[in-house]
Design a protein around this ligand. Sequence first.
Ligand SMILES: O=C(O)CCC(=O)C(=O)O
Length: 264
Amino acid sequence: MSTGYLLLPQLFTATEVGRLRDAAEQVHAEVVSAAEAGETDLTVWPDGHQLEEIRGTTIHWEPDAVGKAVRSLAPVAHLHPALAELWTEPRLTTPMESLIGAPVGPFVSKLNFKRAGVGSEFAWHQDFPYWYCCAGDPAYDIATAIVMLDDNTVENGAMTLIPGSHLEGPVRRDPLEPTGLLVDPLAVDVQRAVTVTAPAGSVLMFPGLMVHRSAPNRTATDRRSLLFCFQPAGRPELSALNYHAERLCSIPCPPHRPSQADLP
Ligand SMILES: O=C(O)CCC(=O)C(=O)O
């Protein structure tokens, strides 16, 4: 069975990674100081996470940090030319075209920080339900390339995937989780899980139906990643679409399969 993910070790050189890290930190500094100085639109999600919009990006703050720490910025490529270049970088677009089966264009870019000691967990999820609420059926054709800006280790929260889960369609979501977007942990066969450790400059690609999570960063150094989500060329980007929470109800939701965890 196809694992559904592709790891390209050290696709970018140390020099290129250094340039991308500098761009990421420059964008971070500019966005945070603009947020501190000016008016932003604050949104509080049903899970209590705080999002703020400024300069065409959304700051997602770490939910439990002492003081303020950025969890992610999205979209982000428009904020620095070194990031925007990745949309047309053949080392990303060529394998992406094979994964998606068509010439590709941008859907959304994101910068995840997972800062030393405060970078929090991303719980089990598929990217698909959020994208479906924005894009509808075209969400089936979107896939992500993660460019690792730091070494990814078990200790700093490397990505964990369920190989082959992209073939199983939308997974049952957690009925108790307030956003309605996260996978029910009881529906995840954790025995199949693979944690993808790799050096900085490596790229991990997978489609929106891949079940994945990442653990908190418990180390003393940052684990930063750039996420470039591609789709068939010519379709509207995420920033041109609205979020329709009511679409969650029309995602096929498989019945709960009893697992060992349910047994007395
Ligand atoms: O960067 C990570 O560890 C998690 C990324 C992820 O799953 C997401 O942003 O949806």
